[in-house]
Structure formats: structure tokens, C-alpha cells
Design a protein around this ligand. Sequence first.
Ligand SMILES: O=P(O)(O)OC[C@H]1O[C@H](OP(=O)(O)OP(=O)(O)O)[C@H](O)[C@@H]1O
Length: 200
Amino acid sequence: MSSLTDLKERARLLLEEGHSQGQIADELSLSMETVTWLLTQPKGDVAPRDVHIDWTAVSCDANQLESVASMMIDRYRASCNGSMSLDADVMIGIAISGIPLATLIGAREGCSLAIYHPAKHAVSETPIGSISGNFASIVEKRCIIVDDVITSGKTIAEVIGYLRRHGGVPVAVFVLFDKRGITEVDGVPVYSLFRISRID
Ligand SMILES: O=P(O)(O)OC[C@H]1O[C@H](OP(=O)(O)OP(=O)(O)O)[C@H](O)[C@@H]1O
């Protein structure tokens, strides 16, 4: 099965299971525009400019995840002229995919671990994001936000807004894949390992 056929099939199954197009977009790490295209594909319509990232070969393997976490730390250090300290108190993993990376980075660097649940994961009429009470507090802490992918950048902006409203200090964003090619979100620098862009 081609990756496009596979994506169409996965989108169709998720829709049949009752997921909204927004949820399908999140699940497949694609834009809403791309999901609409996958599900409808009007005749003659040009495919949206998007890419799908499948990094499950790495995310399924704890050892490889640890190597990636190490690369994320090195990426940050290299941009700080090799400074030895991350200069942060708390690593914040964005549920779900950011959690293992934040855990591994925190373990290496001796930082606390906090977990952020994005508003889009909340099941209420007025969904809001939240920091889990089962992990570290972010109040008056210097925080590094960790996630796997930036697609639109909305989730990262949401976490930064949350931290500022609740007394945390966002100092950096670590992300594996940046599909927007951004260097900062609301004044917070973004350190991505891979920037994904199309040249056509
Ligand atoms: O830049 P954005 O457009 O906000 O999208 C990026 C977010 O979407 C994905 O999360 P998802 O909700 O799919 O959850 P997951 O971590 O469980 O895959 C990804 O892990 C980021 O958190």
C-alpha cells in the first residue's frame, strides 16, 4: 500500500469511528486542509502542501528515543556556545508524544518533569489545557517545553500562554520536527532537530 493510500485509509477509518476532522489532523500530524483533501479529494483538486512524518521506528524503541533526547540536548548546547547547563528547572512534556522525550531529557539533565495536557485533548464543552497535578509544578520555574512535532504551532503557543498566566517562565522549546520552519513562538526560541519544508 502506498503511503498516500495508507493515509487515506487511516483518515477514512478515523472518520468512521466518529473522530472530527480536527482530531484526525492531530492523530495523523497533518493540517486540517490536508485531512479534508484526503477525505474528499475533489476531482482535479491539487493536493495541499503538507508532509506526513512517520517516526515510529524510533519512537517505539526506548534506546533510540534516548539517543534522540541526547541529540536534542546537544542541539540546544551547540546554539548556546557549548554551555554545559540547560539553565532550566522543569522539562514539560506535551501529552502524549512529548512525554517520553521530556522524561529522558529531564533524567539526563537533573530537571523535574511536568506534563501538559493540551486543550484539544480535553473532553468538555469548554476545553482548556492543564498541567498535571501528578508531576512537577511550573510555578516560578524556568521551563523547557518538549514535543515531537510542530505543525501549526498552536499547541506550543497554548503552552507558552498557559505558563505565563500561571507563573512559569518558558525559556525554550525543544521539538524533533518543525513543519513550519520557525525559530521562535511568542518570544520563546525553538530548537528543532529537523525542519521540514517543500521546495516545489
Ligand atoms: O503544531 P500543532 O498544529 O499544534 O500540532 C502539533 C501537536 O499535534 C500533535 O499532538 P497530538 O494531539 O496528535 O497528540 P499526540 O502527542 O498524542 O500524538 C503533536 O504531538 C503536537 O503536540
